[in-house]
Design a protein around this ligand. Sequence first.
Ligand code: 13P
Ligand code: SF4
Length: 310
Amino acid sequence: VDPQLDLFNEIEKMKKEKNAIVLAHYYQEADIQDVADYIGDSLGLAQKAEKTDADIIVFAGVHFMAETAKILNPHKKVLLPDLKAGCSLADSAPPAAFKKFKEQHPDHLVISYINCTADIKALSDIICTSSNAKQIVESLPPDQKIIFAPDKNLGSYLVKKTGRDMVLWDGACMVHEIFSLEKIMKLKVRHPEAKIIAHPECEEHVLKVADYIGSTTGLLKFSQEDPAKEFIVVTETGILHQMQKSSPDKTFIPAPPDNGCACNDCPHMKLNTLEKLYLCMKYELPEIKMDETLRQAARKPIDRMLEISA
Ligand code: 13P
Ligand code: SF4
């Protein structure tokens, strides 16, 4: 890419010329968030993808998110700046093993977190995200037996919240699993007034010390509405950009992981860059392609979620 090019300008021009919309997740780098038409959590992004009348959806996020947009929009072109942008949580549920697991619990319905592949979605009865998970679980009759996949941390959080005894698949997110409770508590000693806010993909011992638990959108809203001046943010660092932008007088401290780094980036989310976004819009590649039978099977549980969350 020519270093003289104003990528922001070029991307804006291409959006108009190609009738393209740029959807970005909060974990994307700041430049991508600044050029996006819509920034959101997984539910917001799926809802936006379902409603858009753009011809091209440029999805600045990870593969399962762009794939969900394609499932909802078979006739639109869906682009992902880097096809290798995967997700450790989605990878933690291989379809063949999950199918066997499901067969071992034949009288159970399957609720799957949206962070999974289309194959897992096709094996599920209903999809949820971190912002509607409680509502989705509670939409099923109290005596309904449930498998929850693939995130065991969100799953155990929901078991506690709803009192429902769900069978959990043993998957987790590599980013949310490596937060150090010890380091978070050290920060809390230095900032006693700070509120600890955490994503439900974190482990139970971290969630125990949180003042608020929610999806990325939930965390952002809480940071805007709560009177506290300082927040220790226990999720991927990208969200701090919007927090800082909308509350410039507040201090946001990223919670440290246990790997020696100061903050916690998702290596998959951060594969996307502004340059790759520009190139993918210019060449309309890489594009998400899907088998039509799989797409239709994966769509059903997403539609069920969207109806409940409308
Ligand atoms: P939400 O933005 O829906 O809270 O999801 C977080 C996440 O880990 C996405 O990969
Ligand atoms: Fe997947 Fe975790 Fe990265 Fe989200 S933060 S994309 S759940 S690995």
